[in-house]
Design a binder for this molecule. Structure first.
Ligand SMILES: [Mn+2]
Length: 356
């Protein structure tokens, strides 16, 4: 990954080094996750500065870089800058605080080193991260496999009388038992009238007959995220619920049908949105999907504002929903990988309406 960054970035810039501070880019380029650290990249070399908590593990697991332990980050950075004859350093654009950007600028100025504030480093990293390697896709597949298995398990747990919180806890537990490192994000379980809260927090609400139960969850594995949503019905559905479900399913299938390299992300979103808007105007207020990788939400997106063109190797969710305020809501989410001629659906769970 670092080789790719070196090849792409130093063609675009007159900086002779890049300082990567965001945890997601550190993780992406070194395959090593840490809560703090600095990755200094030049055209030929890469140094990963880590504090005592991570130095030994970093030396063991971080890839394509030299790990250097530090007790004083600034001193170690300045020493390296001198040794490598660096005169101009690029910082990231997003993922760095204004405070950190200013203090780096001041620090570097002391030694006559210029700081570059543009978005080239950011954009290069983003472009690389959009296209997943086979190894990355295999990791996401393994994470999704755990997620699918946890879904089958939870179907045995859901019954009248259990709470949303209990369902969420059990989903998390099942994913852990199946080998996940954790959950990709705080598991969402919303039921009944809570279902219209797309990203609602699981509550003490007790499941009752006639509920739609929406579960949005995913396993985290080796720093890669899985993400899926299913809505199931407890015992029975009203005509209104049934119709809404069929509409969302139809919209999702239609969107999936247009996915292949060369298609504008906007058009995939529009395909699903047009179907839902016909009967449920204004009730599908979020984007159709987002990419996943070392972060749960990455670029590109299936949304009314994203005009990125689909390419082989992108991994994106397709998650239409309908939310009737204070009544019920539902969402169906699959995660797909764009292939040479179309896509592979990484989510294997059934999506015809399940009654428990
Ligand atoms: Mn999602």
């Amino acid at each position: 990954m670092i080789k790719k960054l070196q090849n792409e970035f130093f063609k675009l810039t007159d900086a002779d080094a890049a300082l990567i501070t965001s945890s997601s880019n550190r993780k992406y380029f070194t395959r090593f996750s840490s809560s703090a650290g600095y990755l200094l990249v030049t055209a030929k070399k890469a140094f990963f500065l880590l504090d005592f908590r991570y130095t030994e593990a970093g030396k063991r697991y971080a890839q394509n870089c030299e790990v250097i332990g530090y007790s004083n980050a600034n001193e170690t950075l300045l020493k390296l800058i001198k040794e490598e004859n660096i005169s101009k350093i690029a910082l990231e654009y997003e993922g760095i605080s204004l405070k950190a950007a200013h203090s780096f600028k001041e620090l570097f100025k002391e030694t006559g080193v210029e700081t570059v504030f543009d978005d080239k480093l950011e954009k290069t990293a983003q472009k690389l991260r959009m296209i997943k390697t086979k190894e990355e896709i295999d990791t996401i597949k393994a994470a999704q496999d755990i997620t699918d298995k946890a879904f089958l398990e939870i179907l045995n747990f859901i019954k009248v009388g259990v709470t949303e919180k209990e369902v969420a806890a059990n989903l998390d537990y099942q994913m852990r038992l199946l080998g996940a490192d954790g959950s990709s994000f705080s598991t969402i379980v919303v039921s009944g009238e809570n279902g219209s809260l797309c990203h609602g927090v699981p509550s003490e609400r007790v499941l009752t007959k006639g509920d739609f139960i929406t579960m949005d969850f995913g396993a985290l594995l080796n720093d890669y995220h899985a993400d899926m949503t299913r809505t199931v019905a407890l015992s029975y559905t009203s005509d209104e619920q049934f119709k809404a479900y069929q509409t969302v399913l139809k919209a999702q299938k239609a969107a999936l049908d247009v996915i292949k390299p060369g298609i504008d992300c906007f058009d995939v979103d529009k395909t699903a949105r047009d179907i839902i808007e016909k009967d449920y105007k204004g009730m599908f207020g979020h984007g159709l999907g987002h990419s996943v990788g070392v972060e749960i939400h990455e670029e590109p997106r299936f949304s009314p504002t994203c005009h990125e063109i689909l390419q082989e190797g992108m991994v994106i969710t397709v998650e239409p929903g309908v939310y009737l305020e204070g009544k019920f809501g539902l969402r169906i989410e699959d995660m797909i990988a764009v292939t040479e001629n179309g896509y592979e659906n990484l989510t294997k769970s059934p999506k015809n309406l399940i009654y428990i």
